[in-house]
Every structure is written in structure tokens, then in C-alpha cells.
Design a protein around this ligand. Structure first.
Ligand code: TPP
Length: 514
């Protein structure tokens, strides 16, 4: 057995049975091993950012890592932005990067690069294998590192000679550490902090699963505290019958206003809220001056156990949870496509069990209200702010949960970053309906221009935020990659197209003209 075969065996044995690849010469032995070792689903991506983002989406839904296979430093570099997003989302990724054979590195061939240096900022764990005999054990350690709660990026660099040499040894899986229990003192401090409308329970990460939300709703009912989530969540369970939790809005003024009343804030898997960006005359910290934070549980802690203990401490277990969303399907409106007409169409049609990947940027700022009463579904946001996350995450989510309808909500600017995702969706026949909000603009940046204090921007500045010269043809692009699609101009047509997209088992793209 060569090193590459030992690695594929070790991955499959360790529960890593999906690999999103974009290989080159240095990874050929791994590619060959995919045929010789049963059990690995390998999925080709035409850009490395698609592969890394797909791993992020897979972990968010499956709760276990997938692997990449990337080509040397440049291939890794192409995947870095979505590794950044995965890292911020707490998604476990086994990131496998090929490297020249060890004696070849000193020759400084064209593709030679500092792979560890590129990997380090977006990885929690980085290791280069030294011999074929080590590769299996290194793979097992990489899986264990990726599974450290809530999930980590583990980069394993595989020199060609460690892959092709004989002497590979399959390694047994290493049990990842359990989520550490929260100490009693933290539970007491949180219980003391919560009480009345000037206290807040701020939820993130694993606290956003439906069982934890029920506990949070009970705690809110018993203590009178507020309940919020961060603006961006890796996965939020929501919909009719579930505890509905509002997100802290993106615009600084709105966030400040919402958070102003809170003096004591208990963090459960969330961080103290800060603005996405600095602006000349706005604060970066979004909470009221003097607000006190109590961390009940960090993102990697036993969040379910902590909420259960807190519910006991405040006598909440018998309370009816606050904020259960009632079932409600909005009317489908008439008229042109605007954020206000698109939101009720989504609310009317999101199916039970759907996974909504939200990269709708400005169009989706108010989608939450109209979709709150749709049947139970999960809502995924970009935690790292690097756009181009949505289509790849939709791929990973669809592979992790083939029975779910995946809906990708995409700004046209964002969708262009990883547009190659459509080809993988077609090739794998993934059940993803993509809505592209074609406003022909980086609309958010118009607001940001004003936000940083640029008054009366000139035509050159506006030109840098405008995507209409030439116009993007989304239906043509989708067809060119094997995905059926249509263009819609008003809310009723959007509803018909969304129904059609959801009715097919494969991918479908809707270009929503705004
Ligand atoms: C990798 C990366 N490059 C650039 C940006 C800056 N940026 C943020 S939003 C945005 C435009 C988004 O446009 P679109 O998806 O069309 O949404 P809209 O603003 O029109 O609602 C850009 C370029 C970013 N966040 N990440």
C-alpha cells in the first residue's frame, strides 16, 4: 500500500467519506487511490474556492468533516477565502494539499511555494507529512483536529513521494475531545445576570439548534430577558413551531438601537457584538456603554448542557418557551421584484426541512419577518464576510442532506465569485434551487460609500459598484454549465419559477430581475 492509499483508507475509516477535489500532478496518487479504495465520494470542483466552501456547507449540515484535495500553494491560495469563512463558521475541514516530492522542493520549480505559510492563517492545525509510513497517522490526527468542537480547519500537506512510496499504514480513528462542560460558577453568574428586559441572552453556534432554542425560549419566559442571535449564523433552525430569534441587524445604527436597552448580556456560543466595519463617526462596539458580559459557554463548550443547567438555575424547565413562531404563509404579492415583494414569495414557498443558504446581501435584509412562519427549516449565513460562500456551501449542504431542498439566495455580485459551482451542481445532480437577485450592482457598497462619509460620489466611483456594462446573463451562464433556468420580472412569476425549481430533483437557477 502506498501513502496515498493509506490516507484514503484512514479518511474513510475516520468517517471522512466525501472529498471535494481540484487536483494536479502532485496529487495524482491520491486520485488513483480513489479508485482502489472503496467508500470515498469524490466530487470535482472547477475552482478551489468551490471545494473549500463545499466542505464548510457539508460540516454545517452533516456535523462531520469532508476533505478537500488541492494543488500545491496556488491551489490552496484559490481556496483560502472560503477556508476563512469555514474557520469563522466553526466548520471542521480536512484540507489536503499536495506538495512536490521532498527532494524536489529545493529545486524551486514553478509551483513551489510556502504552503504552510499560506495555510496557517486559515487553519487551526497544519502539518506536512514526512514519509509514506506517517501519512495514515497524520490523516487520523488531521481528522481529530478538524473535529475539535465546534469544528476546525486542519491542513495536511502531502509531498508527492509520501503519497507514491510504498509502506503506507492505515491509522485507527482518534476520538476527538468532547465539548467541555461549563463550570457551575458560570451557570450561577449567568443566572444572576438574567432578569428583566435590560438583560439579554445572546445565542450563537450550537445554541441555534432547535432543542437549545427551546431551552433559551424557556429561560426568556422565566427571567424576562431578551433573546437575540448574531447577524451571521452558521446554522439557525427556525420556522413554524420553533422559537423565533431575531438577528442583530447589519447596519450600525439599527444594531445600536436594538442593543441599547441591555445592561447584562449572557453569551452562549456567541461573541460580544461588534460592527462589521469601522466608520469615521460610528462606534465599533455595538452594545451600550457599561454593558456587562457574562460568558456562559464558548463556541466549543457543551452548550446544550450549559443551557439545560441555566434553565434549572432560573427555574425555567416548566415554563412555556417564549416566541414560538406561528405557522403563516404570506400571500404572494403582485408587482415588480423588490426586497419587499420577494420576501413573501419565499415565506409562501419555503418547504419543510429546507436548507436556505443566504448570500442575498442587501436584497435579503428583511427576509426574516416574512419567512418566520414557514415550515421548519434551517438558515445559513456567511460567518466570515468573504463573498462567494453561498453556492459552494449549497453544494456541501445538498451532499450532506440529499433529501432536503436547498435554496441558495444569491446577490449577483456574490454569485460571480464562485459561479463554477453551478457545473458541480449539474454534474452531481444536486437538489439546489438558486435565486440570483440581479440588481446589476454591488448595491451594498453604495450604502457603504455614504457610510464612510463619501458625499456626491463621481461617475468613476459609481462605475466601480455597477455590474451592467456588460449585463450578466445568468440563464445563459447556468445553461452553459448544465443547469436549467429562467428569468423572472415580477413576484408572481418568481413564485411560479420557485415552485418549478423546487419540484425538480436537480439544480435550477432563477434570475430575478430587480
Ligand atoms: C472576497 C470579498 N471581496 C469583496 C468584498 C466586498 N463586498 C462586500 S459585498 C460586495 C458586493 C455584493 O454584491 P451583491 O452580491 O450583488 O449584493 P448587493 O450588494 O447588490 O445586494 C462586495 C464586493 C467581500 N466582502 N469579500
Amino acid at each position: 500500500m502506498n501513502g496515498a492509499e493509506s490516507l484514503v483508507h484512514t479518511l474513510v475509516k475516520g468517517g471522512v467519506d466525501v472529498c471535494f477535489t481540484n487536483p494536479g500532478t502532485s496529487e495524482m496518487h491520491f486520485v488513483a487511490a480513489l479508485d482502489r479504495v472503496p467508500g470515498m465520494r469524490s466530487v470535482l470542483a472547477l475552482f478551489e474556492g468551490v471545494a473549500t466552501g463545499a466542505c464548510d456547507g457539508f460540516y454545517r449540515i452533516a456535523g462531520r468533516p469532508a476533505s478537500t484535495l488541492l494543488h500545491l500553494g496556488p491551489g490552496l491560495a484559490n481556496g483560502v477565502a472560503n477556508l476563512h469563512n469555514a474557520k469563522k463558521a466553526g466548520s471542521g475541514v480536512v484540507n489536503i494539499v499536495g506538495e512536490h516530492a521532498i527532494p524536489h522542493i529545493a529545486l524551486d520549480a514553478p509551483l513551489t511555494a510556502d504552503i504552510e505559510g499560506i495555510a496557517r492563517p486559515v487553519s487551526h492545525w497544519v502539518h506536512t507529512s514526512r514519509s509514506a509510513a506517517d501519512v495514515g497517522a497524520d490523516g487520523a490526527r488531521a481528522i481529530a483536529a478538524a473535529m475539535v468542537p465546534p469544528g476546525q480547519v486542519a491542513t495536511l500537506i502531502l509531498p508527492g513521494d509520501t503519497a507514491w512510496s510504498e509502506g503506507g499504514v492505515v491509522a485507527e480513528p482518534i476520538a476527538p475531545p468532547a465539548r467541555p462542560r461549563v463550570v457551575d460558577g458560570a451557570v450561577d453568574a449567568a443566572a444572576q445576570a438574567l432578569g428583566g428586559p435590560d438583560s439579554l441572552l445572546l445565542l450563537g453556534g450550537a445554541a441555534l439548534g432547535q432543542d437549545c432554542l427551546v431551552l433559551a425560549g424557556k429561560i426568556a419566559a422565566a427571567t424576562g430577558c431578551g433573546l437575540l442571535t448574531e447577524w451571521s449564523n452558521a446554522r439557525l433552525d427556525r420556522g413554524a413551531g420553533r422559537v423565533a430569534v431575531a438577528r442583530i441587524p447589519y447596519p450600525v445604527e439599527q444594531a445600536l438601537e436594538l442593543l441599547a436597552p441591555y445592561r447584562r448580556i449572557v453569551l452562549v456560543g456567541a461573541r460580544p457584538p461588534v460592527a462589521f466595519f469601522a466608520y469615521p463617526d460610528k462606534p465599533g462596539v455595538l452594545t451600550a456603554e457599561g454593558a456587562r458580559f457574562v460568558e456562559l459557554a464558548g463556541a466549543g463548550a457543551d452548550i446544550a448542557g450549559a443551557l439545560d443547567a441555566l434553565a434549572s438555575a432560573v427555574g425555567a424547565h416548566k415554563a412555556a418557551p417564549l416566541g414560538i413562531a406561528e405557522a403563516r404563509r404570506p400571500e404572494i404579492p403582485d408587482g415588480p421584484l423588490t426586497p419587499e415583494t420577494i420576501a413573501p414569495v419565499l415565506g409562501a414557498l419555503i418547504p419543510e426541512g429546507a436548507i436556505v443558504v443566504d448570500e442575498s446581501v442587501t436584497t435579503g435584509r428583511r427576509f426574516f419577518g416574512e419567512t418566520a412562519g414557514a415550515p421548519p427549516h434551517s438558515w445559513l449565513n456567511n460567518r466570515g464576510g468573504s463573498i462567494g460562500y453561498g453556492l459552494p456551501v449549497a453544494i456541501g449542504a445538498a451532499i450532506a442532506s440529499p433529501a432536503s431542498k436547498v435554496i441558495a439566495l444569491e446577490g449577483d455580485g456574490s454569485a460571480m465569485y464562485t459561479v463554477q459551482s453551478l457545473w458541480t451542481m449539474a454534474r452531481e445532480q444536486l437538489d439546489v434551487t438558486v435565486l440570483v437577485f440581479a440588481n446589476r450592482s454591488y448595491r451594498i457598497l453604495h450604502g457603504e460609500l455614504a457610510g464612510v462619509g463619501v458625499e456626491n460620489p463621481g461617475p468613476r466611483a459609481i462605475d466601480m459598484l455597477t455590474l451592467n456594462r456588460p449585463e450578466l446573463g445568468w440563464v445563459d451562464m447556468a445553461r452553459g454549465m448544465g443547469v436549467e433556468g429562467c428569468r423572472v420580472e415580477d413576484a408572481r412569476d418568481l413564485a411560479r419559477a420557485l415552485e418549478a425549481g423546487l419540484a425538480t430533483d436537480g439544480p435550477y437557477l432563477i434570475e430575478a430581475m430587480m
